[in-house]
Design a protein. Sequence first.
Length: 204
Amino acid sequence: MIHIRPLTAVALMLALAACGPTAPADAPIDAVAVETPTEPVEAPVVETPAAASVVVALDSDGLRLVSTDSGKTNLIAFGQPKAATVEILTRAQGGPPSLSTNDECGAGPIAFAQWPTGLNMLFQDGAFVGWSVNRDPAGKLTTLNGIGLGASRAALKAGYSDFQPQESTLGEEFTAGGLSGLLDGKGAKARVEALWAGTSCVFR
């Protein structure tokens, strides 16, 4: 059974609109071959709002469903069962994901559920363990404080006191508030081009 903790997040609907350009479709994060699902997804136990009444927000502890009517949020935390979380996100995202696996991730074999919005959910041992975003055509996947693809380096520094950039084999990598990601440069106007939290499948 999913245990979704209700939290209050008032007036944060507007923060879910993207604030800049999106990353290219060929960004090198979580690029895996798509496989056809072989088994139907089980129906979740938890009741969730209709897809039209919620939006998905990124969170360092998982993913949040935010009611567009009340502003209240429900956290889908890391560690929750795969079948139920995929079903809940399928409703919230307006359709089913593409399913795939990668046995060569540094953390071990990982199963992926990817939506056309650019959202990837990562699973290990039947549990939700991480998410990543490296393509967001509609520009709507952000944290509650508005950080998503296209957000500026300056916005990251303003939003997270622990913002920490570092050069890596991937480029200008950063951590901030439990999130990790990539910037397309080093200046204040550099933009987020990939974002993830929890377990990742990033090849350095």
